[in-house]
Design a protein around this ligand. Sequence first.
Ligand code: SAM
Length: 281
Amino acid sequence: MTRTALGPPRRPARKRFGQHFLEAAWVQKVVDAIRPQPDDRFLEIGPGRGALTAALASRCRSIVAVEIDRDLAADLADTAPPNVRVVAGDFLETPLHEWREHPHAYRVAANLPYNVGTPILFRLLALAREGVLTDAVLMLQREVAARLVVRPPHRNWGPLGVFAQLQADVERVLTLPPGAFRPPPRVHSAVVRLRFREDAVAVGDYARFVHLVRGLFMHRRKTLANALREMEPGTVSRAERYPVALSVERALADAHLDGKRRPETLQLAELARLSQSHTSV
Ligand code: SAM
């Protein structure tokens, strides 16, 4: 630990936990983007040294903060105001009942670690589908933010944007240079707001939709027809090629889609139609 002239001793940042702490000069800008209200209950993921936590706590009802670094969690638990509860653990592994005390929906605020930003996002989307979250204001690597807000057709359009935009209004609200953090990361960052709502389009069976979208974008360079064929079981055997081609063609026709298009050109509504017509995957 290093002792500074001002304030308590600081533990060195731990690279394996993606620790880049927000500089004081940026805290207010991020809190303004979050717009906390006196009745809000927040879930904060990765509070670190508590820069955001402290600023938010004075402007909301309560915060539950899940921090993987047990030393930082212990330091924060010692110093945090009474409306902050610190849970030591990996957010990806911590069961819901360990941090959710109230049946109310939570707001999320997080400066996400770059190494696990995407899996954390997917967990948040799953929690929002269960009605546990109302919105999330997230600091992310700029490239991940771009994949969340992009509209098709675009090479960045893929599962992240599709699943997020299905169930949330997504907007970028701030960009931050590496110097906004200590130690500075190698990448730029952006703050993105997700406002969860009903699905923008009916997808039918959600698990099938997820399977289709993930499968299609694994073959994003191929045409839609070829990407669908690649996803079908049994494309290896000669005898099975004809039924597979037939089922792909039928699905494309039912969904009114041209098989020569590329997956990254498909609008959300078109993906939803395809998922409902392509029953064999
Ligand atoms: N919120 C602080 C700030 O803005 O200064 C710290 C942000 S730092 C980019 C990310 C924080 O998330 C670190 O404190 C790190 O230890 C924590 N963290 C990393 N992986 C985590 C996980 N899976 N679950 C919970 N916290 C995690």
